[in-house]
Every structure is written in structure tokens, then in C-alpha cells.
Design a protein around this ligand. Sequence first.
Ligand code: UDP
Ligand code: MG
Length: 322
Amino acid sequence: MGAEQLDRQTLQPRLSVVVPFLNEAATLPALISAVAGLQRQLKLPVELVLVDDGSRDGSCAIARRELQARPELQAVLLELSRNFGKEAALTAGLEASRGDVVVPLDADLQDPPELIGPMLEQWRQGFDVVYAVRQRRAGESRTKRLTAFGFYRLIGRMSATLIPADTGDFRLMDRCVVQALSQLPERTRFMKGLFAWVGFRQTAITYNRDPRQRGQSNWNYWKLWNFALDGITSFSRVPLQLLSGGGVAIALMSMVYGAWMVLRTLLFGIDLPGYASLMTAVLFLGGLQLIGLGVLGEYLGRVFEEVKRRPLYLVRRRWEQS
Ligand code: UDP
Ligand code: MG
């Protein structure tokens, strides 16, 4: 450890900044100039890896023009063949990066690049992952904050992997961590979970998250819901266990109820009323079975995605400036 720490304090690491983007024409110029500023400020060689996740607003051409206007900035621009989603685009960017330390960044500058300096400090102290924890989420609706809060608590209780709350993809990673991530073969890439699963020496720093500067968030509640399902199903089997637990509980209750009915018939003879309880039982069990099938389906669908073994993303064009 001692020798490695010495290395990190004396060596000038190369920094890769990985930015997946979808329709960010309005913010890309600001982003690229921020990264160029970072290079001057940190006095490190910086490589900018941009991944165009199927934008349809000319973002890619704008990115290229901005990069060409700054020939001093090393850059890779990957154009994916369509929109594969942020998680896949980020994976593409991580795999294309070559720096000794790698930082994924949102194109909307919601993750302040100024934080990379303090993160590097922690890396020099020997940490392999320095993740940023959001303290305040300005400009996000109450509902979004509440659902995010609920989600982190829920997945925290359901999963054995400890996924830190209120952390996005914004973090600084040593090359060894990026290497580890690229060894994970799964198609459903719930990055927050994977980042936590790989382990290594991790530490956190806190910051205030600002509202996005321009453009629209690409997330809506339907996407967030699916994202949450991805997270839960790839890191927890608790829903399946709840199902079998619920089945056992209902079976036990119905046995007690059945015994009571036999006893009652023996004691008081047969009476017919019971339509309401019959209907309730039928509907309740029917509903429960459908929920059960749905939960099974969620897992099965994901198994289906995995066994197809399709690539995570396809690159249409790759452009490089060095
Ligand atoms: N993004 C992407 N592909 C998508 C959706 C989003 O590459 O399908 C990018 C987007 O351009 C941005 C980052 O992912 O750089 C975060 O997206 P956004 O700001 O919409 O998410 P939020 O900050 O609201 O979580
Ligand atoms: Mg954003």
C-alpha cells in the first residue's frame, strides 16, 4: 500500500471525463468549455469521452465543432446507432476511456466539475472510488425528491449490496475499478448498484446539486419506475421471497378457516349464506395470483434479456482528437 500511495502522490494521473448525452445541444458548449477549463485548472492531461446516445437535435455535430475549436483538448466522440439509454451509453464511454482516473459527468452540468479537484485529493490519499453525495436537490419537485428518497430506502432494505443513498453516477474511479466494471457481463446495467457491488476502497464527499442549466430532463415517471424495477430485480430476490411467504400465510389462514367451517357445520348444521366471503376470497386470491405472475414475469423478462446476449450498445461512428 505504501508504495502505491507514494505513486499516487507523485504521479500526474491522466483524467478521463465521460459524458453520455441525449439531445443536449443547448448545454454541450458550456460542458465542453467547463472540461477545457478543468484541464487548465488541475494542470492534468484530460481526455473527454463524449457518447451521443442517439440524439436527434444535432448535438453530435455541435459537440464535434466545439471540440475542433479546442485542439488542445484530447477527445473521443462515440456516436451510438440509436438511443440505448443512459446506462448503456455510460458503459460505452467507460469502455472507451483510457485515463488513470475516470469521472462520469452529466451533460447538463448538474454535477459540478469543480468537485473533481477535491475528489482527486481523496484518490491521492489511497481511495479507489470517491463518490459525491447530494445534500440538497434544488429545482427538483417535491414528488421527485420524495420518490427518490423512498426508492433509496427501499432498495437499501431489500438488497445485500449496500447502495449509498443520494448518489448518482458522479464519482471518481481509479482505472482498476473501471476494469472491474467492464468485467461484469450483465445487460441490465443498474450502475448505482454495480458501482457499489464491485467494492474497492470507497469514500464520499458531499455537495449541493443545482438544477439543470438548460434543456429538459429526459426522465419521466414511467422511465423512473422501470429504472427502479431494474434496480430492485437486479439486486434483490426479496419480491420473490415475499410471494412465497404470502402464499404460505394465506394457505395457513385458509386451513384454519376450513377447520372452523367443518366444526361449525358439525355443531350448528349446514347453512348456505356465505356469498360475500366466497366472492372476497376468490377475488383476493385471484388478485394475489396475478401479482405473483407479474413479479415472476419481471424476473423472467430480465433473464430473457440476459440470455439473448445482445451487445449493450452499437457504435455508428467513432471520432477522435488527440
Ligand atoms: N441521457 C442519455 N441517454 C438517455 C437519457 C439521458 O445519455 O436515454 C443523459 C443526459 O443527456 C444527461 C444524463 O444522461 O447527460 C442525465 O440525464 P438527465 O439530466 O435527463 O437526468 P437527471 O439529471 O434528471 O437525473
Ligand atoms: Mg440532469
